[in-house]
Design a protein around this ligand. Structure first.
Ligand code: NAP
Length: 248
């Protein structure tokens, strides 16, 4: 898809599949720099320019927007990356820079699902071991510490990088990066005799949720934090269209 050069440089706050997809769509047409937090040692590199590391809060981000003459910001960060999204909204407002949020839709339970929605990781931990003792944990390595006190549970924790900090006593770490298939998830859940899945409502591929439904495994689903009040789209195509409107 062709996107005419809009109002200068586009800052794409990334770290997601959607951000990489959008960068791939627009890198030939606009001056786009994708910003990554630097959490993973070997991140998948998007098309276009990349910068890595925090900006230094709202003030640092606002300074960057001015210094780099950024004409538009697309916040395509993960739905649970609430701090950077809040900073982006505040910095864009302070600098008068248009902001778009690109966020994939969350998941919804269907027939056959047994989901327990909670507001936070500590609340999810509080539901164990009542719901199950063999836990498939897909909340990311930073969330594992919340489950550290649960000595009566065994955990299979899947993450891209090894967990740091306190971890549960009975823990097997599976280092892996998606996409995952329903057949693969079904095999994993069965082989490890998982009896409860804990996940964040990240959206995207629902292979693990389909497998859990098929196997009658309950799911503890952590709700998303509130997103800033800004124009929001759910696909890279729609984000590219928004960038095009800035030219008019
Ligand atoms: P966060 O709590 O919202 O952000 C913490 C701080 O990290 C921010 O204040 C900012 O530092 C820096 N930061 C975050 N994202 C950045 C970016 N794209 N570019 C530059 N600096 C960034 O973020 P998080 O939850 O730790 O997530 C970090 C990154 O991993 C995000 O980019 C997100 O898209 C990706 N990710 C997160 C999750 C998740 O579950 N949270 C899952 C998959 C991918 P300064 O204040 O110094 O600017």
């Amino acid at each position: 898809m062709s996107v005419p050069n809009p109002v200068g440089r586009v800052l794409l706050l990334g770290g997601t599949t959607e951000a990489r997809r959008l960068a791939g769509m627009i890198a030939d047409e606009v001056d786009v720099v994708t910003s990554l937090a630097g959490r993973t040692t070997d991140p998948l590199r998007p098309a276009g320019e990349t910068r890595i590391g925090g900006f230094g809060g709202v003030d640092g981000l606002a300074r960057y927007l001015r210094d780099e003459r950024v004409g538009a910001v697309v916040d395509a960060t993960h739905p649970f990356a609430a701090a950077i999204s809040g900073n982006a909204a505040a910095a864009c407002a302070a600098c008068g820079v248009p902001l778009l949020i690109l966020r994939r839709p969350g998941w919804t339970a269907g027939p056959g699902d047994e989901w327990h929605r909670v507001a936070s990781l500590p609340e999810a931990a509080g539901m164990l071991p009542r719901l199950g003792r063999r836990v498939f944990l897909t909340t990311g390595r930073q969330g594992i510490a919340h489950f550290a006190g649960l000595d009566g549970c065994w955990f299979l924790a899947r993450s891209v990088e090894p967990p740091t900090g306190t971890v549960p006593r009975h823990l097997e770490v599976l280092l892996d990066r998606g996409p995952f298939t329903v057949a693969g998830e079904r095999e994993l859940i069965t082989r490890h005799r998982v009896d409860v899945l804990v996940t964040k409502d990240s959206g995207g591929s629902d292979a693990k949720l389909v497998a859990a439904r098929e196997l009658g495994v309950p799911v503890v689903m952590v709700d998303r934090p509130a997103a800033p009040d800004a124009v929001t789209v759910s696909t890279a195509d729609a984000a590219a269209s928004w960038l095009r409107t800035l030219r008019r």
